[in-house]
Design a protein around this ligand. Structure first.
Ligand SMILES: [Zn+2]
Length: 182
């Protein structure tokens, strides 16, 4: 995020210097942003506004995320958000999913496509859950040979080398045809 990009609530100007413009509100002596976006200080009109064209949609609690696993750590996975409620996201936004309570060796591997639900925002970090049945891995590959895998009960089996591995699979595993990883 560059320094011209403001987050909701952040002060963008003083009320004696500027008037509140688009996507802003007055708070005592200050003008503050109501959305994430690029600040625009128009000195001829004396208008302070936040450009909504560069607005980033921050997922809300309850939103369903489809994303790509960036990192697979012992107690959590980090996910790059690609879709929010089915809509493609252009900005780079990450969420964290705590997995230490799930009794599986491999919840999801790096580069897996997963479906998670947003549960909270804490200190600027977006937290998601992968617990319920429809949530989990949508797409994965063999850990040994990167071959295509098929579902076997709650595990996956490689069609090429026969390796069986566990994952926290989504009920929708194997159903999705939207996947083009990029
Ligand atoms: Zn394999």
């Amino acid at each position: 995020m560059n320094e011209n990009q403001k987050i909701p609530g952040e002060k963008i100007a003083q009320i004696e210097e500027y008037l509140p413009g688009d996507n802003t509100f007055e708070d005592d002596e200050s003008i503050r942003a109501t959305t994430i976006g690029e600040i625009n200080l128009d000195s001829s009109e004396r208008l302070a506004s936040v450009n909504s064209q560069t607005q980033i949609t921050v997922p809300k609690i309850g939103d369903i995320i489809i994303g790509v696993v960036e990192a697979n750590l012992p107690s959590m996975i980090a996910i790059m958000i690609k879709y929010v409620n089915g809509k493609k996201v252009v900005a780079d936004l990450e969420c964290i999913c705590v997995t230490r309570h799930i009794r599986k060796k491999n919840i999801a591997l790096a580069k897996d496509v997963v479906k998670v639900e947003i549960i909270s925002h804490i200190n600027g970090t977006i937290h998601a859950s992968i617990d319920s049945q429809e949530l989990g891995v949508l797409f994965t590959k063999c850990r040994k040979c990167f071959g295509t895998v098929v579902k076997m009960r709650d595990a996956v089996k490689c069609k090429d080398c026969g390796w069986i591995d566990d994952r926290k699979l989504s009920l929708d595993f194997g159903k999705s045809d939207f996947i083009t990883q990029n």
